[in-house]
Write a protein that binds this ligand. Sequence first.
Ligand code: KDG
Length: 318
Amino acid sequence: MDVVAIGETLLSLTPAENGLLRHAESLKPKVAGAETNTLIGLSRLGHQTGWISAVGNDEIGERIVATVRGEGIDTAHVKKDEEHNTGIFFKEIIGSGEVRVQYFRAGSAASHMEPADLPASYIRSAKYLYITGITPALSETCKQMIFEAIKLARESGVRVVFDPNLRRKLWGEEEAKTTLTSLCELSDIVLIGGTEGKFLFGTTDTDEIAHRLFKSPQTGLVVVKKGARGAAYALRGREAFQVEPYPVTTVVDPVGAGDGFAAGFLSGMLHELKTEESVRMGCAVGAMVTMVSGDYEGMPDERRLHSFLSRDREDIER
Ligand code: KDG
């Protein structure tokens, strides 16, 4: 496996027309989960990926697993939980990039995952373990499982990549701060958004965030995602570098951009590109995701990504 990820994937229900859910006449069902969004992006770019999770023994779980497997991701370690349901959420796109979500995932099948569910040899076989700050927010057992997964990865030299992916609706401020900071410190690579930098370290400045994170001997690379302003990164012992954004003509749906960033970035790392090139790939995939409705649907395959990167998009689809 190139990348193994652990996390919950849900059914997302979005009003067919942008606006408040209360006025919706119909809802579009889609599959969404930060970790599988990234795995789908990686799979479309030609990498071997595996997903560790749990779904309920219900139609929603069937749909999720079929979708993820259909994208080429190994789902052998997705447990079917007989007692708990698959989670769902509603996602409103209200206008000009404003998005609100309402979760119905408390007590879901995935929230009942625990350390004993981890397939140790599977994690050890990967080049990268990808985790986000959503999973430890789901329950105490999920939190323990994430720390255990990192331990397993580190024992075998599997590189840990962490996106704090702050979801304030899922947990309290203090617990989120303590846990996300610890997870950053245990990770080799941290992909952090500006809002998360502010939440955890009180700053959006890349040098300052990196300075805080490099206090941990484990962390060697910090990437700060700045949305429409591109990204910046810092390697241990070096100043921060800025990477320019890719222009987006119309943002259709901003959700999933960070997951796209992770996919593009990790793809670059797997191809052993320079850090700057990998961060640039992250920016490009993140930008492409925002131009399509849905959290992962805009993830490009290699051909589309390269034509976007070279900005030579003329006529290639005709
Ligand atoms: O990063 C996008 C995710 O937030 C979305 O796909 C759903 O995993 C999800 C969540 O927990 O909000």
